[in-house]
Design a protein around this ligand. Structure first.
Ligand code: UDP
Length: 474
């Protein structure tokens, strides 16, 4: 039985970045192509995680590996398989690492046994493919248990943690204790920000690399205003719109078209194209607080404006490593049902089609571009790619002052930060302020774009990974 899925990765020339980086930054990036090729010749850079679709890690891998391959580096992406028990345990670990209880279940000897049993078969299938000169980057808790087996191949092993929290609590420490015996064996550990690095890890092996977005992917590429409307209308996210064809450019440069329908889970009609839109896009996850997004909007925004709220996430069956998705979607629907009847029609729960990842990305792109305000009211967040995505589109943002969001949004300069992520009033007031103040919105949006260009595009990540690999193998 096959446990490993090898995900096809495209090829894109990294030279594309010349058009967005600016001359000096591009020159720095381009000066690395030849040395990186020499350094990595004959080596495979394995990236291993637990899902090929949905969520930030899959998003980033698809993009970064495409440019690495375009620079003649044999970068690959493999996805492990697990059973229901395994994904419940790893979701619990994920929640704990964010400082949250999750399902409240234990992380003891039984869980350890189930976790290791699920990974054993994956490790046995992967190990024969990996050579001593290779580099293996294992992503997130799901793959930490592979480190010991894969180290026996002689390859250099990097464990990349995409989650974390600013101030550790008992939940986080419990997850660290569970994972540390595995993670400690890696040659390097990469965290998204310094504050996320765990206690009692070997300090000399800790590296910090912030995530990044792809400026050219269907998710973030430029999109004409009439095309935005055509995409949203075609998929059913707005009620009326232009009759242009809803097109986008696929990752391989070929033309793509949006055809599939978004399911409005609340059963209501989508908003008319003329209204102001407040949008949050994220997985159906309690830590993204969709219920808080709805309640804060209904209480503090809706009565004082005619704006509509769209809370959008993937069609839940599509994300295989996220067993809580359906539950959280139902909880969001319950929150929707509790909205006073006269305001209910202004809140929309959108399940975006996931059959074609690029089509889904184009829909997210159009939705973020159409939004008057983008929110990311998370209760915990490793980085929050959705923040960088909206900032890149020069959207004004309201987001919680937590995790990696703080590295992206400079409060009052590149967006607005909500100090207490549980404070619905502060969140609602900030949204209202942006809806009412067009000049402020425009200024924050413009600065946001500048910041992403400088800090959060793929070339910066690629350069940091190359430097790390060089250090480890030389
Ligand atoms: N996303 C998507 N379709 C959806 C919901 C989310 O493509 O229906 C993407 C979103 O645009 C972002 C990623 O999933 O690129 C989520 O990454 P983030 O870091 O914000 O959160 P994570 O899901 O990793 O916790």
């Amino acid at each position: 039985m096959n446990h490993i899925m090898h995900v096809p990765v495209g090829v894109m020339p990294p030279q594309k970045f010349e058009s967005v980086l600016g001359a000096e930054a591009y020159a720095g990036f381009a000066s690395m192509f030849a040395p990186a090729k020499t350094l990595l010749e004959g080596r495979v850079i394995w990236n291993i995680n637990s899902t090929a679709v949905g969520g930030g890690v899959a998003e980033m891998l698809r993009s970064l590996l495409t440019y690495a391959r375009g620079a003649d580096v044999d970068a690959r992406w493999s996805v492990i398989q697990g059973n229901t028990d395994f994904f419940h345990i790893t979701k619990r670990i994920h929640n704990n690492l964010h400082g949250a209880q999750g399902d409240g279940g234990p992380l003891g000897a039984v869980e350890k046994e189930k976790y290791e049993a699920a990974l054993k078969a994956n490790g046995e299938e992967l190990a024969p493919l990996i050579r001593a000169e290779d580099v293996v980057i294992l992503h997130d808790p799901q793959t930490a248990g592979l480190i010991e087996t894969l180290k026996e191949t002689g390859a250099c092993i990097i464990w990349r943690c995409h989650v974390g929290l600013d101030t550790p609590n008992d939940c986080a420490r419990r997850a660290w204790s569970f994972l540390r015996p595995y993670v400690g064996q890696a040659d390097a550990y990469v965290f998204s920000r310094k504050a996320f690095a765990w206690e009692e890890l070997d300090d000399s092996k800790i590296y910090i690399i912030a995530p990044s977005i792809d400026a050219f992917s269907p998710k973030n590429q430029e999109m004409a205003a009439d095309n935005v409307i055509a995409i949203l209308h075609t998929t059913g996210l707005i009620a009326d719109g232009e009759s242009t064809t809803p097109t986008f450019v696929k990752e391989d440069g070929s033309p793509g078209r949006v055809d599939r329908r978004t399911v409005m889970f609340d059963g209501g009609p989508p908003p008319p194209s003329s209204v102001s839109l407040v949008v949050q896009v994220s997985r159906w996850d309690r830590l993204k607080d969709p219920v808080g997004v709805i309640e804060g909007f209904v209480k503090y925004v809706a009565p004082a404006s005619d704006a509509h709220l769209i809370v959008a996430g993937p069609a839940v069956a599509a994300v295989s490593d996220d067993p809580e998705g359906a539950e959280v979607l139902i909880e969001s629907l319950e929150a929707w049902k509790a909205i006073p009847e006269d305001l209910r029609g202004r809140v929309h729960l959108a399940c975006l089609p996931m059959d074609d990842g690029e089509e889904n990305a184009a829909i997210v792109n159009a939705l973020q571009r159409r939004a008057n305000v983008v929110v990311q009211k998370s209760l915990a967040e490793g980085f929050g790619l959705t923040v960088a995505e909206a900032m890149w589109k020069a959207r004004p943002m309201v987001a919680s002052r937590i995790g990696g969001i703080q590295d992206q949004i400079v409060d009052g300069v590149t967006g607005l930060l909500v100090d207490d992520p549980h404070d619905l009033e502060e969140y609602g007031n900030d949204v209202r302020r942006l809806l009412e103040d067009a000049e402020l919105s425009e200024r924050l949006g413009a600065e946001a774009q500048v910041r992403v260009r400088k800090e959060f595009l793929g070339p910066r990540s690629l350069m940091q990974y190359t430097e790390l690999i060089e250090k480890l193998i030389s």
